[in-house]
Design a protein around this ligand. Structure first.
Ligand code: NAD
Length: 486
């Protein structure tokens, strides 16, 4: 580890952030955070107990009324101040993310820009919360519709985008006037702790943002979700866990937002521009080492273009350099841990056993760390697990189709509905796909579409609710109707 890395890790508080103070776990327990490129411990941090979780909720509940009554402009300015601090220290934030999550530094820097943008976007949305006024149809009264913050929120985030998944929830919640308890993934908690230092420096009042880190998420989040003071649960993670949380949230009829798993189809029609499609494929597949809910999972390619497409992507994959994300020139970092590598390898083996053809990669490299070779397989047989499950790794798997009907049927043949990608030079066909693909988002001739100004979210078992855009703040507001008789 370099001295810059050690100094940065030392500067991140390894404690819980509750009521504006950095405090240890009441049981004095700690959990280790690892570097997936080396398997070495980066830092030991506080491991919260259920009682710590309730302490954090106490702080969020105590601060709720004052924060809801704080002028929207003031809330917005604190968010903007945090954006400025994060942008000024983007190198630090990017390095921290690469250390705990593994992605190449350039990608972490990209995530800092994307993640920070939610702070700026919602700093601007804070002052645009509005309602409406009208007469009732009988002409006997006035209808006023206003928006109120829903109240204290629990925000649970995954490890794959440690910064952006946190800001995408925290920023709209704070802008709306809600106080929050954030529970980052135990594999990558350091970035959220770092973010909390920036909020504090930007002048966020005590108790508005609380961060609890724990190795036992279920045990700690359960009592918070069961507590009637909590009014909102926002979760990003797997569909399996999301389903459990929806069931728990039902008890108190809690508002929920769920950003869950994906199984994105990436359709390349015969009339697509090959270079554009290949460029889109590289971004949609290999960004974040394939560990994105939006990662293209199934490449559905027209038979007329499948061979040149496979050849071109395999050629690009051949130029990748694997390594620790901090090393110059590396574009494929490690997966998050060894069990992720095992899962990816099982999916590849299953497809190959069923008759898929291996064009590139397909193995774990002989080196320390949780690495998997960037891989391309073609002729993936129907029924292969890789077509049904999230790969969450650098594996590009291709199936071929003949007709538009068949492409749509293949694309929609999944329980998920987060995002789809379509490559065609035929605008009318592109428009048809907007109507016909069952996904919450679609990229037309583009492989990455996340944007703070746009509503991110899925249909079917990919989730409920939207993050970002004008829609994002509504996840943290409740509508109030008042009638005033004439
Ligand atoms: P995960 O579901 O295992 O964990 C997500 C978070 O939930 C973590 O903080 C974890 O500690 C916590 N958690 C796990 N079990 C829990 C329980 N029983 N009760 C309460 N909390 C619990 O997911 P992951 O492996 O961290 O992330 C990968 C998944 O996230 C993938 O399925 C991916 O598609 C999804 N994801 C979705 C989006 C989106 O916006 N739709 C974005 C990023 C990731």
């Amino acid at each position: 580890m370099t001295t810059t890395e050690s100094a940065l890790l030392d500067a991140v508080p390894g404690l819980l952030f509750i009521g504006g103070e950095w405090v240890p776990s009441e049981a004095g327990r700690t959990l280790d955070v690892f570097d997936p490129a080396t398997g070495r411990v980066l830092k030991s941090i506080a491991d919260a107990t259920p009682a710590d979780g309730i302490r954090a909720l106490d702080a969020a509940a105590a601060a709720a009324d004052d924060w809801a009554a704080t002028a929207p402009r003031v809330r917005g300015e604190i968010l903007r101040g945090t954006f400025d601090l994060l942008t000024r220290r983007s190198d630090e934030a990017a390095l921290l993310m690469t250390l705990e999550m593994g992605k190449p530094l350039a990608e972490s820097a990209g995530e800092v820009v994307y993640g920070a943008e939610f702070l700026r976007w919602f700093s601007e949305e804070a002052v645009r919360i509005s309602g409406r006024f009208g007469q009732n149809p009988e002409g006997t009264g006035q209808i006023i519709v206003s928006q109120r913050p829903v109240g204290p929120a629990l925000l649970i985030t995954p490890w794959n985008f440690p910064l952006a998944m946190a800001t995408r929830k925290i920023a709209p919640a704070l802008a709306a006037g809600c106080t929050v308890v954030v529970k980052p993934a135990e594999l990558t908690p350091l970035t959220t702790l770092y973010l909390a230092t920036l909020f504090r420096e930007a002048g966020l009042p005590a108790g508005v943002l609380n961060v609890i880190t724990t190795s036992n998420s279920a045990a700690v989040s359960g009592p918070i979700i069961a507590d009637p003071r909590l009014r909102k649960l926002s979760f990003t993670g797997s569909t399996a866990v999301g389903r459990k949380l929806i069931a728990q949230a039902a008890e108190n009829v809690l508002r929920t937002s769920m950003e869950l798993g994906g199984n994105a189809p990436f359709i390349v029609f015969g009339d697509a521009d090959l270079d554009t499609a290949v460029q889109g494929a590289m971004a949609a597949k290999f960004r974040n080492i394939g560990q994105a809910c939006t990662a293209a999972n199934r490449f559905i390619v027209h038979r007329s273009i499948a061979a040149p497409f496979a050849e071109a992507v395999a050629e690009r994959v051949g130029t990748f350099t694997l390594g620790r994300g901090t090393e110059p020139g590396v574009n494929i970092g490690p997966l998050i841990n060894d069990s992720a590598v095992d899962k990816v390898d099982e999916l590849v083996r299953d497809a190959l056993d069923r008759g898929a053809r291996l064009v590139a990669g397909g193995h774990r490299p002989e080196r320390i760390g949780s690495f998997y070779e960037p891989t391309v397989i073609t002729n993936t047989p129907a029924g292969s697990d890789i077509l049904r499950e999230e790969i969450f790794g650098p594996v590009l798997s291709i199936v071929e189709f003949d007709t538009e009907e068949e492409a749509v049927a293949l694309a929609n043949d999944t329980q998920y509905g987060l995002v789809s990608y379509v490559f065609t030079e035929n605008l009318a066909r592109g428009h048809r796909m907007i109507e016909r693909l069952d996904t919450g988002m679609m990229g037309l001739n583009v492989g990455v579409l996340s944007n703070a100004a746009a509503p991110f979210g899925g249909v079917k078992q990919s989730g409920l609710g939207r993050e970002g855009g004008a829609e994002g703040i509504h996840e943290y507001l409740s509508t109030k109707y008042t009638l005033i008789p004439n």
